[in-house]
Design a protein around this ligand. Structure first.
Ligand code: HAM
Length: 415
């Protein structure tokens, strides 16, 4: 009996024409990031599970519920990476990249894995494109990174997105804030969901991020971190906002944003799109000034972001005329003798960078129908008559213009 397989739930194939759009998005990222001094880094998909536990945090949903982890043949606990930052930080420390002149800037792209409940814009295997910058504590770098993200999203074709910002303090001011949160949530513990009861002990900041309705209701009057920031954090955030204003980069302050990963300090941000529904974050990031030293490296301020490819391409696809990228030229080849001429003509055009399809089979009529269905720009007809006369008929399918051109000259039509 033959076997028939389907992809795992939440791990979908990405097919053309979407793959064209993905390339376009990645090219836009490479171009923009490169201008800002970022170089590509490739880290493995497999990492020690501990790496994520120690960075994203055991109180986060990602580590508590969503990791793909297994024990390998040598009895090591391994995880498929749920995000890119931890691996890049590991690589930065492992290869002593702090010895290179600061700032060190990297970007990456690739699949990430989280065991989430799949829905539109939320997959178990999804792709991120992200950037990380090491070695600068100056808020100018926060502004630069955010402006770079905006430039990338615009270049990729995204419109109508908005930026939300917050500062979640540092190791000086956060402990007092956590204490204030504990005092606030303490009397409501029995109302909070079981996860938040656990978060209350492990990291009460996480309660601010809970999506369960009764937890949102309780936290309505919770203290805001902005009221607890130390002078340095306040100055840092104020300078960043001033720079974004100077750059005329619009933003909204969201004093309740804490982000779902534990490594953040100071600046956090999210870019959302109204076109996405529930899973509306297209990109997100922030500072993580303590992570490099927690991984055994020197104290190194750092920051970054990651954007979700599926979400980006969903929005851009729905905003642009969708449909397969059709051939610029379709060569209808009729009869056995036409094959060589068709292949030669197609090769010449392809060498010039044109996207060309040859209709090897079927009558002229069926080939023309196929060219039309594929959304071809032009058809060139090569059959017995054309071979005899040495000139090929052609038609522009977009404006109806048609003509006949000498075989050797045909490529000039498309230059
Ligand atoms: P994150 O917010 O977990 O941050 O993910 C960043 C982006 O990845 C999200 O805004 C979303 O577009 C996309 N994303 C996340 N989960 C899924 C999913 N299940 N399906 C589809 N898309 C998803 C991070 O991962 C941090 N590492 C960002 C960062 C880099 N912070 C500093 N540097």
């Amino acid at each position: 009996m033959k076997a028939r397989f389907t992809a795992l739930k939440g791990a979908p194939d990405v097919l053309p024409p979407e793959t064209h759009l993905w390339s376009k998005i990645e090219n836009a990222a490479c171009e923009v990031f490169c201008a800002y001094g970022y170089d590509e880094i490739k880290t493995p998909i497999l990492e020690p599970a501990e790496l994520f536990l120690r960075s994203i945090g055991s109180s986060s949903d990602i580590v508590a519920k969503e990791m793909y982890s297994f024990t390998d043949k040598a009895d090591r606990s391994i995880s498929l990476r749920p995000e890119g930052t931890a691996g890049v930080v590991r690589a930065y420390v492992e290869h002593n990249l702090s010895l290179r002149p600061a700032p060190q800037k990297f970007f990456y792209r690739g699949p990430m894995f989280r065991y989430e409940r799949p829905q539109k814009g939320r997959q178990r295997q999804f792709y991120q494109i992200g950037a990380e910058c090491f070695g600068t504590a100056h808020p100018g770098m926060d502004a630069e990174l955010i402006v770079m993200l905006m430039a990338f999203l615009e270049k990729a074709g995204l419109r109508g997105f908005s930026l939300e910002l917050n500062s979640i303090g540092c190791r000086q001011c956060r402990p007092a804030f956590k204490q204030r949160l504990k005092e606030f949530f303490g009397p409501h513990l029995d109302v909070l969901c079981p996860d938040c009861q656990r978060r209350y002990e492990q990291n009460p900041l996480r309660i601010l991020d809970c999506k369960v309705e009764r937890c949102s209701a309780v936290r309505a009057g919770a203290p805001l971190i902005s009221e607890s920031l130390c002078e340095d954090c306040r100055m840092h955030f104020g300078t960043l906002l001033g720079l974004l204003d100077a750059m005329e980069t619009p933003y909204t302050l969201n004093p309740q944003m804490v982000r779902g990963l534990d490594y953040y300090t100071r600046t956090v941000f999210e870019v959302t799109s109204g076109q996405l529904g529930a899973q509306n974050a297209v990109a997100a990031g922030g500072r993580y000034d303590l992570l490099v030293s927690e991984f055994g490296g020197p104290e190194t301020p750092a920051l970054g972001f990651a954007a979700g490819m599926e979400r980006l391409s969903d929005i851009i696809l729905s905003a642009t005329a969708s449909g397969q990228a059709g051939p610029e030229v379709f060569i209808a080849s009729v009869g056995g003798e036409a094959a060589a001429a068709a292949l030669k003509t197609a090769s010449a055009l392809r060498a010039g960078g044109k996207r060309v399809e040859v209709g090897w089979e079927g009558s002229l009529k069926s080939q023309l129908r196929r060219a039309d269905k594929m959304g071809a720009g032009h058809v060139v007809i090569i059959g017995g008559d054309e071979l005899k006369s040495g000139s090929f008929k052609w038609k522009n399918l977009k404006n109806g213009e048609s003509g006949e051109t000498a075989a050797g000259e045909i490529f000039k039509l498309f230059i």
